[in-house]
Design a protein around this ligand. Structure first.
Ligand SMILES: Nc1ncnc2c1ncn2[C@@H]1O[C@H](COP(=O)(O)OP(=O)(O)OP(=O)(O)O)[C@@H](O)[C@H]1O
Ligand SMILES: [Mg+2]
Length: 261
């Protein structure tokens, strides 16, 4: 097994608060991993160190066995091409088409000035358009290619966001609560799609998720963050016992149960 993401004693300080307190973890190539834990535990901060949106205060992150050099713009650019990201609120351009949003996913991988300018004014090559259409088909949205994003459902928006991330051929896909704004049925379909991305495209997927009952159904490895540290790392079935969950979610445990019900 080849390590795809390695956190080596990662610390992050915001002001006086140490929000990551020395995280050590290895996620191997091809893994499908869930990150859970109470609000404020450091989940978002941790995964953002992987694409350089958060710079650790100490420690090192390695992606594909290369140390992330946060001060090196070329290195960060390459990193963001390799590491795709999707979000709870989709982060799409609402007033343009699904297709256009997907095409903007190629921007990070263009290095010729002319290509960047042409893309910025909405001109994309035939091969980019063909690829975008293939990816829209892969995420099940071929018939919505021309639809404006503000006219499609939340689940469809998340599919567009996944398609946009896939345009850059990432080796890693990070997802920060991708189903938090979706109903249970739609959430399952999005997790099915993330699983398909993982299996069929061999992309390592790390997703922050709040619904523990879904974690059990979809993931064989779950990492629980609590107060800036890894509180659990393993098979979710071993976490199922009430005391174990309570120790991770603390006072928020009742809330989690309510969500699961
Ligand atoms: N840019 C920032 N500036 C200052 N403090 C921050 C910043 N980002 C996060 N924090 C703090 O770091 C801690 C961890 O936040 P983080 O967003 O990583 O938690 P989380 O586990 O993702 O929580 P949630 O489940 O609510 O999304 C929190 O106390 C938060 O207030
Ligand atoms: Mg978060």
């Amino acid at each position: 097994m080849r390590p795809m993401i390695r956190f080596e004693n990662i610390q992050k300080r915001f002001g006086n608060e140490l929000v990551l307190k020395g995280v050590n973890l290895t996620i191997n190539e091809g893994e499908f991993v869930a990150v859970i834990g109470a609000s404020g535990g450091g989940k978002t901060t941790l995964i953002r160190t992987v694409n350089g949106f958060v710079v650790p205060s100490a420690g090192n992150v390695y992606v594909n066995e290369q140390r992330v050099d946060y001060a090196n713009l070329g290195n960060l650019r390459q990193l963001r091409k390799n590491v795709g990201m999707i979000y709870q609120l989709f982060n799409l351009v609402e007033r343009t088409s699904a297709m256009h949003n997907v095409l903007t996913g190629t921007l990070g991988s263009k290095d010729k000035a002319l290509d960047i300018i042409l893309s910025a004014i909405g001109y994309f090559s035939k091969s980019d358009r063909k690829k975008a259409m293939e990816i829209l088909d892969f995420v099940g949205l071929k018939d919505k290619a021309g639809a404006r994003v503000d006219m499609i459902s939340g689940g469809q928006k998340q599919r567009v966001a996944i398609a946009r991330a896939l345009m850059q051929d990432p080796t890693v896909l990070l997802a920060d609560e991708p189903i938090a704004n979706l109903d249970p049925k739609t959430s399952q379909r999005i997790l099915d799609l993330l699983h398909k991305v993982n299996q069929e495209r061999n992309i390592t997927v790390v997703t922050v998720i709040h619904h523990f009952h879904m974690v059990k159904d979809y993931f064989s490895r779950v990492i629980a963050m609590k107060d800036g540290q890894v509180a659990f790392d393993g098979d979710p079935l071993l976490l199922e016992k009430q005391e174990a969950l309570e120790s991770i979610y603390g006072g928020q445990f009742e809330e989690e149960l309510a969500v699961a019900a």
